[in-house]
Design a protein around this ligand. Structure first.
Ligand code: FAD
Length: 469
């Protein structure tokens, strides 16, 4: 990771800012807590009627199942009915409010990989423990955020319960609106005239609509593998199309996604095939893959991820979101746009990491910088760091769309944030558990959420929860 680590703790006079937090999902909740702890005056805007963001499961789907129509009805959450976490609860929770199993409560799901309802309950527990709801304006959507004189921000919002919009001035804005709502789909030759059904995983809820169908599922992420397992039980055939298959021979070492696909191939589903990328689709329903194979399909299910989307944000071109390349930038350490720091910041932009502890550290950093407890490098140094990071990505052959994929340096990143904040670095058992899950997935692709060999790490985790961060 490129570094401009001249940031440090300062002894300057603490400042209290009036801060708008956009979103009351996991990132907005912890941002609100950290900002208030640091003495800021916080308003959280939440367009939904409850907290939890992506973890608020709903059977509702959008009016355009592929999620491309600009005027479609929008459903925020991408959760499907069967979803269990893909991270162990011990590593998933906030560090100073662990996601420990509540065995004593029959209403709770004590599994190490619990279902989505348990995560929502945990977030509600967190909000209750720290009195977050009193800071939240529910059913209030932020429709515009723009710069005004003096480096402040105008925030325009619309409440569901009133026809009048509201305009307010804030010293700082923290964007916590998530990035799993705006579907990304692959370009496929012939797709506009293909007669079959198309759906993006954002609008996938249950397997039943795929009964007896021939389904092409594009992608190999964790959602793709969950959904594949869901529908393989009812569909006639499931063909997984992955670009990892085509590039496998060019890669120096197989990527985790490729290994996961291989594990799937060997996992014993007789109605499942793993195929290369799609070359083209045709009016007669056929789907041609780049290896020359052909399948006539009923449905294409795009598990192709999401785009960053901040429709309310107007920064006069200072922060841009590159739609195709999925880069938000420039952002120093994925958080502060150098030219607008510290009054504008983002929580939760990185992916392929452990989200909640990451949100917690980013939020502590933002709160500490806004109060003058933590110093940032100069704008020039931050910009230099961003450019060096982009160059390092290019030199390593990583595509731009992986700008915020921090998998390879997730531990280093979290430790860097912790040091900025004066917090302890992440405990060693967390990384060991993460690696154990990844290995377990490859060995037991069907049962990794219920069988494991790392009880010694579980003991360490609960011991460390007892002692606190
Ligand atoms: P969100 O949860 O999306 O919350 C954003 C909030 O902002 C929402 O409540 C939304 O209504 C609100 N909002 C948006 N725009 C506005 C606006 N203009 N005005 C007002 N409010 C607004 N992570 C894990 O740790 N473990 C897992 O097992 C896991 N599984 C996942 C499975 C799926 C299918 C997906 C899609 C993601 C998964 N994740 C998982 C990632 C997960 O989304 C993050 O952990 C986390 O929930 C994201 O929190 P967030 O607060 O950044 O965003």
């Amino acid at each position: 990771m490129a570094d401009a680590s001249s940031a440090h703790l300062t002894a300057m006079r603490p400042l209290s800012s009036h801060v708008a937090v956009i979103g009351a999902g996991a990132s907005g909740l912890v941002a609100a807590r950290e900002l208030r702890r640091e003495g800021h005056n916080v308003v959280v805007f939440e367009k939904g009627d409850q907290l939890g963001g992506n973890w608020v499961y709903t059977p509702e789907v959008e009016s355009d199942p592929i999620g491309l129509h600009p005027n479609r009805t929008i459903v925020h959450s991408s959760m499907y009915q069967s979803l269990r976490t893909n991270l162990l609860r011990e590593i998933m929770g906030f560090r100073d409010y662990p996601f420990a199993a509540k065995e004593e409560d029959e209403e709770r799901d004590p599994r190490r990989f619990p279902g989505h309802r348990e995560v929502l309950k945990y977030l509600n527990d967190f909000a209750g423990e720290f009195g977050i709801c009193e800071m939240v304006r529910f059913e209030t959507e932020v429709v515009f955020v723009g710069l005004v004189e003096g480096g402040k921000w105008i925030v325009k919002s619309k409440s569901k319960t009133s026809d009048e919009g509201l305009e307010e001035i804030y010293d700082a804005v923290v964007v916590c609106c998530g990035h799993y709502t705006q579907p990304r789909v692959a370009e496929i030759s012939g797709i506009t005239t293909w007669k079959g059904r198309q759906i993006h995983s954002h609008n996938y809820r249950t397997p039943e609509p795929f009964r007896d169908q021939v389904v092409i599922l594009i992608g190999s992420s964790s959602s793709a593998t969950d959904i594949y397992r869901d529908i393989a039980g009812v569909a006639k055939e499931v063909h997984i199309s992955s670009r990892s298959i085509a590039s496998e021979t060019k890669e120096k070492k197989p990527q985790f996604d490729t290994m996961r696909l291989n594990a799937m191939i060997n996992s014993g589903y007789e109605n499942m095939w793993v195929r290369s990328k799609i070359k083209s689709v045709h009016e007669d329903g056929s789907v041609v893959f780049i290896d020359g194979s052909v399948v006539v399909a009923d449905t294409i299910l795009h598990c192709t991820g999401y785009k960053y989307h901040f429709p309310f944000l107007e920064t006069n071109g200072i922060v841009t979101v590159d739609g195709d390349d999925n880069r938000v930038g420039p952002l120093f350490k994925h958080v502060f746009p150098p030219a607008l720091a510290p009054s504008l910041s983002f929580v939760g932009v990185p992916w392929k990491t452990v989200p909640f502890p990451n949100f917690e550290l980013q939020s502590k950093w933002i709160a500490g910088v806004l109060s003058n407890r933590i110093a940032l490098p100069s704008k020039e140094e931050m910009m230099k760091d961003v450019k060096a990071y982009y160059s390092s990505l290019e030199a390593s052959g990583k595509p731009t769309r992986h700008t915020h994929d921090i998998f390879d340096y997730r531990g280093e990143y979290a430790d860097w944030l912790a040091v900025q904040c004066g917090s302890p670095v992440l405990e060693e058992w967390r990384e060991q558990m993460m690696l154990t899950v990844a290995k377990n997935w490859l060995v037991r692709p069907k049962t990794y959420q219920d069988e494991w060999d790392d009880n010694h790490l579980v003991l360490q985790a609960y011991e460390s929860f007892k002692n606190g961060v």
